[in-house]
Design a protein around this ligand. Structure first.
Ligand SMILES: Nc1ncnc2c1ncn2[C@@H]1O[C@H](COP(=O)(O)OP(=O)(O)OP(=O)(O)O)[C@@H](O)[C@H]1O
Ligand SMILES: [Mg+2]
Length: 333
């Protein structure tokens, strides 16, 4: 894992500290911050490192399928279950099970997971025999689990057990020192992949652009942007970046489409016209933009009864992005 920033090193230390214990750990962070990577690191730093490390994505399946995957099933347990099959808990016995996107786990499955954590016990689907396993559970989410629990959408008791230790991964924009280090690392890897000799570096302009961008997709997005740039440039000096490969003058945006359908001139979603600068001697761009952002944030919070989740939805931001803005402007309470 690459990184030198204080927040990154602190997180690494946190992982080393909790790794030797057999307790559950929860990784929380925005998309693409490296949750899966740190979960694997935790396993390899633990006493279980020679045992199995399995991963399951809890959001990608229906309730029945997830249950069958986790706990296994007996022959004939449901249509299509022709043979007995061991589930992830059985197969991870002695090792670690990484449960990704935990927030979307249906409540009945959560209850069974809790039983495995508490007593190491479960039954295969369609079976009567109680099986015993020793599996360390490591979870990951990019949602606010305490908030989901208070809405009754996640079990408090399971959250309580999972949260023996919670490691929050810093978003890339909060670890700006790492952006260039990671960018070079990904560029070198991509140059190798396309058969190049060595990486010729980034132009000053590109380095500045990398540092200024907000990286909503975090490290995964950085990796994609850099790999694309290397691929498009060959192994030469990188002088240009494409943050959004879909950007094109011919692109039909959803809102533009609606406007076109409603007829030209009708009020679209964005109806704010910028100030007229033609007579100004100078203009304080930064403070004007900040004031504008603060005003929008305050309005959105008020309109949504200061519920951050609703305000984020209203503004088309992720919950974490909204929190980031509120923190930036000191608007948290
Ligand atoms: N510190 C790091 N050094 C090098 N590569 C990293 C680092 N952190 C993350 N990556 C890379 O960034 C990408 C995203 O990481 P990962 O899949 O672990 O994120 P995630 O938090 O699980 O994302 P999601 O929430 O979307 O599932 C992967 O390609 C991973 O290898
Ligand atoms: Mg992941």
């Amino acid at each position: 894992m690459i990184g030198e920033s204080a927040s990154f090193l602190e997180m690494q230390e946190h992982i080393s500290h909790v790794a030797p214990l057999n307790k559950p750990v929860l990784f929380v962070g925005e998309r693409g911050t490296g949750k899966e990577l740190v979960a694997a690191r935790l396993h390899y730093l633990s006493q279980r490192w020679e045992q199995t490390f399995l991963k399951i994505n809890c959001a990608a399946m229906s309730e029945t399928l997830l249950e069958a995957q986790l706990f296994g099933h007996e022959a004939g347990a449901y249509t299509g279950a022709t043979k007995q099959r061991k589930g992830f808990f059985e197969r991870a016995h002695g090792g670690t099970l990484f449960m990704d996107e935990l927030a979307n786990t249906p409540m009945p499955v959560q209850e069974k997971i809790l039983r495995v954590i508490e007593y190491g016990e479960f039954e295969r689907l369609g079976g009567n025999e109680t099986l015993h396993v020793d599996v360390r559970i490591v979870g990951a989410t990019n949602e606010d689990l305490p908030d989901l629990a208070s809405q009754g959408r996640f079990r408090e008791d399971l959250l309580d057990r999972l949260a023996f230790d919670v490691v929050t991964l810093p978003p890339l924009r909060e670890r700006a020192e790492d952006i260039l280090i990671l960018a070079e690392y990904f560029a070198v890897g991509m140059v190798k992949e396309i058969g190049g000799e060595y990486f010729a570096g980034f132009s000053d302009k590109v380095e500045k652009a990398l540092g200024k961008y907000s990286w909503p997709g975090n490290i995964r997005q950085l990796k994609n942007v850099i790999e694309r740039a290397v691929y498009q440039n060959g192994d030469g000096h990188i002088t240009q970046l494409v943050f959004n490969p879909f950007e094109s003058p011919y692109r039909l945006r959803a809102s533009a489409k609606v406007q076109a359908e409603e007829g030209a001139g009708s009020a679209g979603k964005s109806c704010i016209s910028p100030p007229d600068l033609s007579t100004a001697d100078s203009f304080d761009f930064k403070s004007e933009v900040q004031e504008f952002e603060i005003n929008l944030l305050n309005q959105a919070m008020e309109q949504n009864q200061f519920n951050q989740k609703k305000a984020a939805e209203f503004l088309n931001l992720s919950y974490h992005q909204l929190r980031g803005y509120l923190r930036k402007y000191d608007l948290l309470n």
